[in-house]
Ligand binder design. Structure first.
Ligand code: PEP
Ligand code: MG
Length: 567
């Protein structure tokens, strides 16, 4: 079977199918008694599961952590919830639909309240609602914690809120039926150096739990129950990759310079504290993007100021004098935070996402900024704001950081004097107006993953239109040029943390346009360093300008291919 290879490497493992089979609504009504019995059975089963979890957590972790499950148990026993659900059933709704209707009403009620505590209750209700509905429809989530052998995770497109909660110790690869090259599952796979293929049509139909799988993340090929010959080939390849990784790690400390001796910054993209170690190990000169939202994706509760402070301080300490660019919360779009339920939107990628959401959830934003400012004393922190589309948004975000600084100083807490504040260039309006933005931002980092989707109106996660989604499109290249030039005219640096920065064919174009910093997944640092070392920035200038003038993405990409052949 074949899809798109999105994270290199090969692997062999047993299939674990994650089927977030969407809960089916508008179910036929099977009669009052049957529906009531279905609901009651599911309620008691889910209750028992949560009671067990509460007991286990109290013994193993602590009283405070067990409170989440205790809260779930009380919801499941709450007559104020149970009676209206039974009421809906007696009016002719199926149990699944009755749960949907009543629990949504409660969720909205809680979500609209001002208190953070009450908002958390909304996410508890959402969680219980899903548990009940899954139970009634026999949908189970994979238990990755008890895996014993190498496992290939297979799914439709696993949402980040789920992947963030999985135990990856035994997962060796990912295969998705949906998803695109820059979907968050693909990015996660690259960061974790897990071979991955997306857009593998028919995989869910053809593969069952426990089947043997050979996956080639380079070509996007998947072999269910591979023949001996294939298994042998994969074994050899896995060994070769292991050696290659070792070789790269040994070369990690060499500087990143072009053929003519120009020093280029080569940084790593990370999503958690452990990734920083990996980035260092592979020779990152800094962190070009810390996707801080990953701290928010798992828990039942939003991370507290203290928890975030610990996480940021830990990354800053381990990177020592190297710069660390932390991007403030970028959720919405395809990243849902269970602890911060959001209204359903028709176009989530064009909706209440990132900085827009932070403006609505000011306290959440301030908690993060306070944690960042407090951690600043441990290293070279730089703060970056995502999804900036207007100067006013940038000013607001910087103003909030200033407000937090004043608060902390009043409380006698130490904050570093100079913390650069920059922004992502990932919305076309920001690229077009880069010169104006650069007067007020200390640095830029171009996010080609979003810039491409917003420029070409092509969803980054939709495999159906994957052929339209390409950063080689001259319109995207032109915007990249505007961003870099806008920064340079104001004496500011411009980096790139989108996936294009690690693409061999894009590198000559980016070098030619004068990009100052490349930030890529830690596993990619070694090869990007080798590629840059084979190029001269001066010689790349011409190909970059030609690519921007090309009539199509194919032509621009071809120019880059021909250029490489001559190196
Ligand atoms: C981008 O849009 O290129 C980017 C780096 O951000 P994310 O992929 O997290 O949206
Ligand atoms: Mg982005």
């Amino acid at each position: 079977m074949k899809g798109i290879g999105v994270s290199r490497g090969v692997c062999l493992g047993k299939a674990l199918v994650y089927s977030e089979i969407p809960v089916k609504l508008n179910r036929p009504f099977k009669g009052k008694e049957t529906e009531e019995a279905d609901f009651e059975k599911a309620r008691l089963e889910v209750l028992e599961k949560n009671q067990n979890l509460a007991r286990k957590t109290k013994r193993g972790i602590g009283r405070e952590e067990a409170a989440i499950f205790e809260a779930h148990c009380s919801i499941l026993q709450d007559e104020e919830m149970i009676v209206p659900i039974r009421g809906e059933i007696s009016l002719g709704a199926s149990a699944v639909d009755a749960v949907e209707k009543v629990m949504n009403q409660y969720m909205e009620l809680f979500a609209a309240m001002d208190s953070e505590y009450m908002k958390q209750r909304a996410s508890d209700i959402q969680d219980i609602k899903m548990q009940l509905q899954r139970q009634m429809q026999g949908i189970s989530l994979p238990d990755t914690g008890s895996l014993q052998e190498p496992t290939v995770l297979i799914g439709e497109d696993i949402p980040p809120s789920v992947t963030a909660g999985l135990d990856f110790r035994h997962i060796v690869g990912l295969v998705m039926e949906g998803g695109g090259k820059t979907s968050h599952t693909a990015i996660l796979a690259r960061t974790m150096e897990l071979p991955a293929a997306v857009g593998v049509k028919g995989i869910l139909e053809n593969v069952k739990n426990g089947m043997r799988i050979a996956l080639d993340g380079n070509s996007g090929e998947v072999f269910p129950e591979p023949e001996k010959k294939v298994t042998e080939r994969f074994r050899k390849e896995i060994e070769k990759e292991k050696q290659e990784r070792k070789r790269r790690a040994e070369r990690a400390n060499l500087p990143c310079v072009t053929k003519e001796g120009k020093r280029v910054q080569l940084f790593g993209n990370i999503g958690n504290v452990q990734d920083a170690q990996k980035a260092l190990q592979y020779g990152a000169g800094g962190i070009g993007l810390f996707r801080s939202e990953f701290l928010y994706l798992t828990g039942e509760f939003l991370p507290t100021e203290e928890q975030q402070y610990q996480a940021y301080a830990s990354v800053l300490r381990s990177m020592k004098e190297k710069p660390v660019i932390v991007r403030t919360l970028d959720i919405g779009g395809d990243k849902e935070v269970p602890a911060l339920p959001m209204k359903k939107e028709q176009n989530p990628f064009l909706g209440n996402r990132a900085i827009r959401l932070c403006r609505k959830e000011k306290e959440v934003f301030k908690t993060q900024l306070r944690a960042l400012l407090r951690a600043s004393v441990y290293g070279e922190l730089q703060i970056m704001f995502p999804m900036i589309s207007s100067v006013e948004e940038l000013r607001w975000a910087k103003g909030m950081a200033e407000e937090c600084r004043r608060e902390l100083e009043k409380e006698g807490k130490e904050v570093k004097e100079k913390i650069p504040m920059g922004m992502m260039i990932e919305i076309p309006s920001a690229a077009v107006m880069a010169e104006t933005f650069a007067k007020e931002a200390d640095f830029f980092s171009i996010g080609t993953n979003d810039l491409t989707q917003y420029t070409l109106a092509a969803d980054r996660g939709n495999e159906e239109i994957a052929d339209l989604y390409t950063y080689f499109h001259p319109a995207v290249l032109k915007l990249i040029q505007l961003a870099i030039e806008g920064a340079h005219k104001n004496g500011k640096p411009c980096g790139m943390c989108g996936e294009a920065a690690g693409d061999k064919k894009m590198i000559p174009i980016l070098l030619g346009l004068g990009l100052d910093e490349f930030s890529v997944s830690p596993g990619g640092i070694g090869e990007v360093k080798e590629w840059i070392g084979r190029l001269s920035a001066r010689e790349c200038r011409e190909i970059a300008l030609e690519a921007i003038k090309a009539e199509s993405a194919e032509k621009a990409e071809q120019l880059a291919e021909i250029f490489w052949e001559k190196q």
